[in-house]
Write a protein that binds this ligand. Structure first.
Ligand code: GLN
Length: 488
């Protein structure tokens, strides 16, 4: 029973809870007992809120008993990446500099989940301040891939993907600055949706690179991700970059099909270092779209190879200015005067991990008066060219189909240098630089058994077309469970 609920998915759980086939409390308990049994070996959670989750579930059940509409996520047990703030629940961005910090408010996306009836189980592991591609940069503990525990779950939202894959949350929230929703989704065989920049409020998302950061869902199906995104999307007066557009009607797009849709395969993503099995799986996804009536053609995104250097100037530059607020005085654990000596010892000696320090150094260097034109300004010019590549491609096609990552999940410890790690992001960064939506969907497995992901990139605010194509690919490939549900 508990396993069955754990893999039932968002839409189905909400339906059952709303129909009183199962109580929100039973759903919450099913996930909590799986977390207690299996998460020790996987490391997906940093904080599990047993009491809070049960109380939220009871409130949903009480609303239903009282005849109120419990919302589109009624009783859906979800969890949230630790860079998104949650009222009363410790939030650290997986960093020691925020050890013990209890936010006094909910991020807008979290508040919208709760208002829709979702139950928040806890906070998910990630790379420190969302900087990384493997979850190995968490200051607290590693997170493992449920398909193979010697491999990374991806990053930075590694816990968000691994928890969904292993049935430890029905869906989750992640953030994607340069691929951190899509890449871990691909590595763990789940769906990950990075919305158009501005589609979802960033209020309460701990800032990494503010012009790139977006909150989005990870889930077991395109329909589940669509349901969650519809709930969290929409204007928020607290985030001046949030877009004044109604939440997109994504669930309506699920069954629209792709007949007559033009799909572009970007030539540059298949040149160079792409694993043959990954390329073949993406082409198979293209064939599935053609079989459903889409038209496939090659497109060119000529500045693709400059996305990585441009991103790794812009993101650290914005990070360096965003992270200046962590001066060890205003944040940090709520210490008593007696503890202050210790607290300063902790924050000074081990406040930021090495990758965060590296980004602050690179970003500060790139922004220095004498270098600004050579690095930051140049990177912004390249960013404009990358955006223009997409604008031109979307004059020819409605949606772009590409690999999410060059290879399936790599081994823990395999990427020895920062540059080795950065190179694994080569296919995801351009989407953020252009501000467009990107949906990662599973497209089968390699001979090793590891999942492979494709990504669909759409026009700004056209998540609906991306969902149409994603649903067709999903119908062809499905979402699989890891061996023993990740518990082996
Ligand atoms: N892996 C990329 C980085 O390290 C992207 C991270 C993200 O999207 N948050 O910056």
């Amino acid at each position: 029973m508990s396993d069955e609920l754990a893999f039932a998915g968002v839409v189905e759980l909400a339906r059952r809870v709303r129909a009183k086939e199962v109580s929100a409390r039973e759903v919450a308990d099913a996930f909590l007992s799986r977390i207690d049994a299996h998460d020790g070996a996987l490391g997906t959670y940093l904080v599990v809120d047993h009491d809070g989750a049960r109380a939220q579930a009871d409130a949903v059940d009480a609303a239903i008993a009282g005849g109120a509409d419990p919302g589109p996520l009624a009783g859906v047990a979800m969890a949230v990446k630790d860079v998104i703030v949650t009222e009363g629940l410790v939030t650290t961005a997986a960093s020691k500099i925020l050890a013990g910090w209890v936010p006094p408010y909910d991020a807008t996306a979290v508040a919208r989940l709760r208002a829709a009836g979702a139950v928040i189980l806890g906070k998910l592991n990630c790379d420190e301040f969302a900087m990384g591609s493997s979850n190995e940069r968490s200051a607290w503990k590693p997170c493992r891939n449920p398909w193979d525990r010697d491999r990374v779950p991806g990053g930075s939202s590694g816990g968000s993907a691994a928890a969904v894959a292993a049935g430890l949350a029905a869906a989750s929230l992640g953030t994607d600055t340069g691929g951190s929703i899509r890449q871990p989704a691909a590595f763990c065989g789940v769906v990950g949706f990075k919305p158009t920049y501005g589609r979802v409020s960033r209020w309460g998302a701990i800032a990494f690179a503010s012009s790139l950061d977006q909150i989005g869902p990870l889930a077991r199906s395109v329909g589940d991700a669509a349901r969650v995104l519809e709930v969290i999307a929409g204007l928020d007066p607290r985030d001046s970059t949030s877009i004044d557009q109604p939440a997109p009607a994504l669930e309506a797009a699920l069954a629209a099909g792709v007949a007559g849709l033009k799909v572009g395969l970007p030539r540059e993503y298949f040149e160079g270092s792409i694993d043959a099995e990954v390329a073949a799986a993406v082409h198979a996804a293209g064939a599935a779209l053609v079989a459903a009536g889409a038209e496939l053609c090659e497109v060119s995104l000529p500045h693709t190879r400059y996305a990585l250097p441009a991103y790794y100037v812009i993101a650290p530059a914005e990070a360096a200015s965003n992270l200046a607020r962590y001066d060890g005085v205003r944040f940090g654990h709520r210490a008593t005067a007696r503890e202050l000596g210790d607290m300063y010892a902790t924050t000074r000696a081990e406040g930021f991990g090495p990758e965060v320090k590296r980004r602050i150094m690179i970003g500060t260097y790139a922004l220095r008066a004498g270098y600004y034109d050579a690095y930051y300004k140049k990177a912004q010019q390249v960013r404009a060219l990358i955006k223009r590549d997409f604008d031109q491609a979307f004059e020819l096609v409605d949606v772009i189909l590409a690999p999410t990552t060059p290879t399936p999940a790599f081994a823990i410890g395999e990427k020895a240098t920062p540059l080795d790690m950065y190179q694994t992001d080569v296919f995801t960064l351009a989407c953020n630089l252009a501000g467009i939506p990107g949906l990662a969907v599973p497209v089968g497995a390699a001979t090793s058994g590891l999942p492979i992901g494709a990504q669909l990139l759409g026009r700004p605010l056209d998540e609906a077309t991306v969902v149409r194509a994603g649903a067709v690919i999903e119908a062809a490939f499905g979402t699989k469970r890891p061996p023993a549900g990740g518990a082996a």
